[in-house]
Design a protein around this ligand. Structure first.
Ligand SMILES: Cc1ncc(COP(=O)(O)O)c(C=O)c1O
Length: 398
């Protein structure tokens, strides 16, 4: 019997038709139902903060939506703008602005190189690749990006113009950067501050599911070291309210924000203020803490289930992972350099996973070991089957 036949015999519920999917970090319908439940109690606002929400204008966003953003990102109100759906779009626009107009201390061109801690977020890497920006990978240390490797890079490479980070519950590894790591990182960057962009994507700023260390707001550390014009923080409500219809936030220095508005004025005559107004009213009804605690009740059992199923094979050395304390992903390293075969075999059994290398720039995982699991979308019963398929494949292949 080959591996597939063995596993089919062990898992008699595999019917060859059902599709199991752990590819994308999407909220489950039950999470969205929580939001819909409160959302449906709200009436559409047409005026807020003395502003006519129906009209063009207010390129920096509604004051009360900016207030919400500054609470989520732990940034200053004055330095936080509230914009449209998707922080990824904002990242794209910030990079475009750095490319085409240039910020005071953050300019990109065809020779720019960006430091990318890996494994990381596939869409960040695709975005940078689309701009022709060279990505240089660095590994993680326990509490953030590996500083020795970054120091070596800064000393040996020219045209290093930035770094892209997900500082809390990093996608997919779950790393949360310590204050010490951030301070040391920023000190390493300081000599390059004439032209350096720190892309700080705080997509999981308030997405703890277990106790997680507190972090000093990055802008406070940046200001202490004189990097306030280099730091671009983004975030959104995508994984707090409605993934496809949230609002996003950018925080940076006044100078950078003013340049960014200038750039965006040629993209849009103003953000969707009615959606911003809905979000402001939403969080008058439900606090951010209450919302996150209700979401956690759905997400936490899924993360525990993954760990419960995989821990025995981790203990026997067939794979390695750190249990994340929040965010949306598990990052698993197979014990052998066979991630491709694991993904292909899972696919033949009906389980879709991201292709090998997805969490690396240019799709190249040099160790050929890393596999990302996104456990939030399926219900518990389906997730149990997904992870069981994965576990059995690892057992046979390793
Ligand atoms: C690190 C990171 N940034 C951004 C996003 C997308 O966020 P948004 O919906 O605000 O574009 C995701 C989604 O998976 C993510 O993991």
């Amino acid at each position: 019997m080959n591996i597939l036949e063995h596993i089919k015999q062990e898992l008699p519920w595999l019917d060859g038709n059902t599709v199991y999917d752990l590819t994308r970090g999407k909220p489950a319908p039950e999470q969205l139902d929580i939001t819909e439940n409160y959302y449906s109690k709200l009436s559409t606002p047409y005026e807020l903060d003395g502003i006519d929400l129906r009209n063009y204008g207010n390129p920096e966003g509604l004051p009360s939506a900016r207030e919400l953003g500054s609470k989520i990102l732990k940034t200053n109100f004055d330095e936080t703008h509230a914009l449209d759906n998707s922080s990824l779009t904002l990242m794209h626009q910030i990079i475009s602005c750095a490319f085409f107009l240039g910020f005071k201390s953050a300019k990109l061109d065809g020779h720019s190189k960006i430091i990318c801690p890996v494994p990381g977020y596939d869409r960040h890497f695709k975005l940078l690749e689309n701009f022709g920006i060279e990505m240089i990978t660095v590994p993680f240390q326990k509490d953030g990006p590996d500083l020795n490797t970054i120091e070596d890079l800064i000393n040996s490479e020219s045209n290093i113009h930035g770094i892209v980070c997900v500082p809390r519950h990093s996608n997919p590894t779950g790393h949360t950067f310590s204050d010490d790591n951030v301070e040391q990182l920023f000190k390493l960057i300081e000599p390059l501050k004439e032209n350096f962009s720190i892309f700080w994507d705080n997509a999981y700023a308030c997405h703890d599911i277990e106790d997680t260390i507190q972090q000093t707001p990055a802008d406070q550390i940046a200001k202490k070291i004189g990097l306030e014009n280099n730091l671009f923080q983004v975030g959104s409500t995508s994984k707090i309210t409605l993934a496809g219809s949230g609002i996003s936030f950018i925080s940076s220095s006044a100078d950078n924000l003013s340049k960014f508005i200038d750039f965006r004025n040629a993209i849009t005559p103003g953000p969707n203020k009615m959606n911003q107004g809905m979000h402001v009213k939403y969080f008058e009804l439900v606090s951010i803490e209450q919302q996150m605690s209700e979401l956690k009740k759905i997400i936490k059992p899924k993360f525990e289930l993954v760990d419960h199923i995989l821990e025995p094979i981790k203990d026997t050395g067939l794979c390695f992972y750190e249990k994340p304390t929040g965010g949306y992903f598990y990052s698993i390293d197979s014990a052998k350099s066979n991630a491709d075969e694991v993904v292909q075999t899972c696919s033949q059994l009906g389980l879709k996973l991201l292709p090998m290398g997805s969490c690396f720039p240019y799709g190249v995982d040099p160790d050929k070991k890393n596999i990302r699991l996104a456990p939030t979308f399926p219900d518990l019963a389906s997730l149990e089957r997904c992870v069981t398929i994965f576990k059995n494949v690892l057992k046979y292949l390793n």
